[in-house]
Design a protein around this ligand. Structure first.
Ligand code: NAP
Ligand code: ZN
Ligand code: ZN
Length: 354
């Protein structure tokens, strides 16, 4: 079995630490990937600390994976050794249910396999292990092509933060002539700002961090609103066609719902540990507003998003860290002290193998 080193949480309260893990030998339809970069998503922290109450241990997070193909199975047609590729939040799905047939593997009803913390259908380990590791083996159908124009480190966050924001922006038809709000300037939010701007919308960024205003404008926001300032929030009332809410903590949704126009929608992608305070019904009824949610994206749309980013020159704004700094990175992410995504340079972990 290939030798793979990973960083894992052994329990909800233990810091991540080095651990060897098993990876399967590539089967006929599989590719083996030497991981070069892995983004650090807030979901990794939610899982490592069991904040959603569904974690299994040991837990190896990481679903913003970029790497190089080292081996391919006999039946692999789409990739060859040396190719730069990506893996996101999914490594399998039933492929036969309605959503799968519509390329919406993210909404698979027959049981999809998340990249980490999901029952491992190959039986290599009880649960799947993610990208905080030196290598992985994935069926070719869940592997994405990464255009040479994309910088691999800046492309890693596209595999979750990119697709999670791209998919709802596309689904709700964001484009020219629309005023679009993005709530929270973190990993997801900063991609939401870049993508909504690239799609031609007028972008309003809502933040709790006044110090991020200048960055938000540089990233593409036309306007910045400090969401804890009631006067600034009231000035937005009834003005937005669509809001993408990426906030990772429980907060009052009502001032944002109030900022929607007639028929406007706020889509939640942030998935906090604790519920949001109750929603007021009358403001929703009186302007036929909608509250929605969205989960990552399917494989076809993820490829479309990567190609869109390559064509438009879009990558994440990142801080490259060695694997050994992951626990510190989690604490900084909790303080919103990251501009705007940590990406692990996996060469740092490979050095431990020598
Ligand atoms: P992140 O980098 O930590 O960004 C979250 C942002 O939320 C922060 O930068 C901050 O922005 C804002 N925020 C934090 N605490 C807040 C509070 N108490 N009140 C208001 N705003 C607050 O996290 P991320 O990686 O972007 O992930 C965001 C959320 O999306 C997480 O819950 C994650 O699990 C979830 N997620 C969902 C999907 C999906 O498919 N739906 C996919 C990936 C991630 P400001 O400083 O600008 O206020
Ligand atoms: Zn994620
Ligand atoms: Zn399915």
């Amino acid at each position: 079995m290939p030798k793979t080193l990973a960083f894992a949480a052994a329990s909800p309260t233990s810091p991540l630490a080095m651990m060897p893990i098993p990876r399967r030998e590539p089967g006929a339809g599989d590719v083996e990937i030497e991981i070069t970069h892995c983004g650090v998503c807030h979901s990794d922290l939610h899982f490592a600390r069991n904040e959603w109450g569904m974690s299994a241990y040991p837990c190896v997070p990481g679903h913003e994976i970029i790497g190089r193909i080292t081996r391919v199975g006999a039946g692999v047609s789409r990739f060859k050794p040396g190719d730069t590729v990506g893996v996101g939040c999914l490594v399998g799905s039933c492929r036969t249910c309605g959503p799968c047939r519509e390329h919406l593997e993210n909404y698979c009803e027959g049981g999809n396999t998340f990249t980490y913390n999901a029952p491992d259908k190959h039986g290599t380990a009880p649960m799947t292990f993610g990208g905080y590791s030196t290598s992985m083996v994935v069926t070719q159908d869940f592997v994405l092509r990464v255009d040479a124009r994309l910088d691999p480190a800046r492309a890693a966050p596209l595999l979750c933060a990119g697709i999670t924001t791209y998919s709802p922006l596309r689904h709700w038809g964001v484009g020219p002539g629309q005023r679009v709000g993005v709530v929270g300037l973190g990993g997801l939010g900063h991609m939401g700002v870049k993508l909504a701007r690239a799609m031609g919308a007028e972008v309003v960024l809502f933040t709790t961090s006044p110090g991020k205003a200048e960055d938000a404008r540089r990233l593409g926001a036309h306007q910045v609103v400090i969401s804890r300032d009631e006067t600034q929030m009231a000035a937005q009332a009834g003005s937005l066609h669509f809001i993408l809410n990426t906030v990772a903590a429980s907060h009052d949704l009502n001032p944002f719902m109030n900022a929607l126009r007639l028929n406007g929608t706020m889509c939640l992608v942030g998935a906090p540990e604790h519920p949001h305070p109750p929603l007021q019904v009358f403001p929703v009824i009186f302007k036929r507003r909608s509250l929605a949610g969205s989960l990552i994206g399917g494989l076809r749309e993820t490829q479309e998003m990567l190609d869109f980013c390559a064509a438009k020159g879009i990558g994440a704004d990142i801080e490259l860290i060695p694997m050994q700094k992951i626990n510190e990175a989690y604490e900084r992410m909790l303080r919103s002290d990251v501009k705007y995504r940590f990406v692990i340079d996996m060469a740092s972990l490979k050095r431990e193998l020598k």
